[in-house]
Design a protein around this ligand. Structure first.
Ligand code: AGP
Length: 603
């Protein structure tokens, strides 16, 4: 996915766009560009491959304006080249467009409507801006041409359009990809994420799918593609801008790993049972209590958090629970129970794979809950219910505090649901105490950071591949620890069910292969230790991470005890730090690993 920004009505438009793009760089960083216009006949287009820094270096003092658009790209259609960078423009050089999303029928539209146009890029975005120009050339007014072009598009878009012949207006369109309008004193801004413009305003208008906005410095007209006007009041976004900077840490990821104990304690407070104002909507508990099966749907790290949530809901709320990869579920829906309820786990609340499932199950009349870190996100707004992670902005592409917050909220919700259903296991489960133990256990791991850094060096300094093994929730943690190492250090890491290793994959174990064994499940601890010995017998280099009550002499790291279903809250911090230091020591950009983006808003 990509990040887009727009501004109209400010003398410092270039700086507004650049600062906004810096805040959005987590959304993609293959190339960047901006277009500014001083509304007096002078304009500039600057695009560069690579990070925002490369774009900034190319901006001369002459590149000024009072309106403009900007873009930071995560390549989908077309390689990261300057020609494919946004803003894309029409052949007649009249229209400029930035776009986040994927127009899935772009080629068909080009063939049908642009047969004589020579496209200058490989992007779907250029087709859209060329369509607008073609419709205007045939006599249609700009906003009507914009609506006509958007109505032909299939797929997703959040886009900003400039008409060079009329720079007093900025045109905005939204469908499936996130986009907000910021309202300031005498100006408007546009952004994929409010974070980009928080230093200018906290008043934002949320856009819904299929809406088009015509902005001037002081007016904002929202309408549907069919021309029906919509009136909408701005919301106040309360992310404190300070929460979104690195502080004393070299990378956001290390800051966010260290924030986890505070997040646990914040969740205990945020979800503390309070008869006066129940935090969990009684209507949500009623809906969940009537469900005969829960379906947790997510992607990546959030999917791994769902794997930890499953036994929590089944044990504490006595409800069968399935966990599904969003990218699979939407197109190969399993046979559902009679009364399903869907739970979407998503840090960003914008993951397209997850959102397409939400759309599919809502068409079938099923109800849903989104658990997310972004209250204004698409999944939060479109589900029937939403619960917050209260983790604060998570900027690093590798998700850490959101993962543990998702598990904590699942535990809080499962307990509240079980208590509402009078499930004995829930009545005796002190979730607040468990999360307090988790916070303390996380802090103890953080206090051993230097030791973990040394272990990371010993285990992963020169390796090309690595394994993480465990059983039960330790298997779920192994999957997450492997993803952390893979995505920021590029080591081919694999999370594996410890008992499965001997059924084939152990053939990959050679002398020195690093294998990290998580041992926190009392039922299977002895078996996992046997599997670790099988690895060592073949020369593997095993790192054992055990909880206090299961620890044995020789274990490399011993972490605090807590309920066996919640040990991932603590053991994963070891995996996060192992990955962080491996990437850091290899000199990589820990926060912005290659090929990735923080929120994947394309399928
Ligand atoms: C996690 O480290 C990754 N960045 C990625 O797997 C992420 O968890 C996934 O894309 C889902 O994102 P979401 O939680 O915002 O839906």
């Amino acid at each position: 996915m990509c990040g887009i920004v727009g501004v109209i009505g400010r003398q410092d438009a270039t700086q507004v766009l650049l600062k906004g793009l810096e805040k959005l760089e987590y959304r993609g960083y293959d190339s960047a560009g901006l277009y500014v216009n001083d509304q007096q006949g002078h304009d500039h287009l600057v695009r560069r491959v690579g990070r925002i820094a490369a774009l900034e270096a190319a901006i001369t003092p002459a590149v000024t304006g009072t309106m403009g658009i900007g873009h930071t790209r995560w390549a989908t259609n077309g390689k990261p080249t300057e020609a494919n960078a946004h803003p894309q423009r029409s052949s007649d050089d009249r229209f400029y467009l930035v776009h986040n999303g994927v127009i899935t029928n772009a080629q068909a539209l080009a063939a049908q409507y642009l047969p004589a146009v020579t496209l200058a890029s490989d992007t779907d975005t250029e087709v859209l801006v060329q369509l607008v120009a073609a419709f205007v050339q045939s006599g249609t007014a700009t906003v009507a041409a914009f609506k006509q072009a958007l109505s032909l598009c299939e797929g997703s878009y959040a886009c900003c359009l400039v008409d060079r012949l009329d720079p007093s207006h900025l045109y905005v369109g939204k469908n499936k990809s996130p986009l907000l309008i910021g309202q300031g004193d005498g100006f408007h801004v546009v952004a994929s994420d409010a974070l980009a413009m928080l230093d200018l305003t906290d008043q934002f208008i949320e856009l819904k799918d299929g809406e088009v906005v015509t902005l001037t410095a002081t007016t904002c007209r929202i309408e549907t593609l069919a021309g029906e006007q919509r009136l909408r009041e701005p919301i106040t976004v309360t992310i404190t801008d300070g929460a979104a900077d690195k502080g004393p840490y070299p990378y956001y990821m290390l800051k966010e790993i260290n924030e986890q104990p505070a997040v646990m304690r914040r969740l205990v407070t945020a979800y503390a049972p309070d008869a006066a104002a129940p935090v969990v909507d009684p209507a949500l508990l009623k809906l969940l209590a009537a469900a005969d099966r829960l379906y947790i749907v997510a992607a990546g790290t959030s999917y791994h958090a769902g794997l930890v949530g499953k036994p929590l809901f089944e044990r504490l709320a006595n409800v069968p629970t399935e966990v599904h990869l969003a990218s699979e579920f939407g197109y190969h829906q399993p046979l559902l129970s009679a009364h399903p309820v869907f739970i979407f786990l998503s840090q960003s609340g914008e993951t397209a794979d997850s959102r397409q499932v939400l759309v599919a199950i809502q068409k079938q009349g099923f109800k849903s809950l989104t658990i997310t870190n972004v209250a204004t996100s698409t999944l939060a707004r479109e589900a029937d219910f939403a619960l917050g992670l209260h983790a604060g902005p998570e900027i690093a592409v590798a998700s850490t505090k959101a993962y543990t917050a998702q598990i904590a909220v699942e535990a809080l919700l499962a307990t509240a649901l079980g208590q509402a259903k009078r499930v004995p296991a829930a009545a005796s489960f002190d979730v607040a105490h468990q999360l307090s133990l988790a916070a303390a256990g996380q802090q103890a791991v953080l206090d051993a950071t230097d030791r973990i850094h040394a272990l990371a060096t010993a285990m992963f300094e020169d390796t090309r591949d690595a394994f993480f093994i465990g059983r039960g929730v330790d298997h779920a943690v192994s999957l997450e620890a492997a993803l952390k190492l893979k995505e920021i250090s590029y080591v081919q890491a694999e999370g594996f069910a410890a008992g499965e290793l001997k059924h084939g994959t152990i053939a990959l174990i050679t002398p020195g292969t690093p294998v990290t064994a998580f041992i926190s499940d009392p039922v299977t601890a002895a078996h996992t230790r046997s599997n670790a010995q099988e690895v060592e017998a073949r020369g593997g280099h095993v790192l054992r991470v055990a909880t206090q009550s299961l620890a044995q002499p020789g274990d490399d790291l011993v972490v605090a005890d807590l309920d066996a279903a919640l040990t991932p809250l603590v053991t994963i911090v070891v995996g996060q730090l192992l990955a962080y230091f491996t990437s850091f020591d290899r000199g990589y950009d820990v926060d912005r690993p290659r090929n990735l983006a923080k929120s994947v808003t394309v399928e």
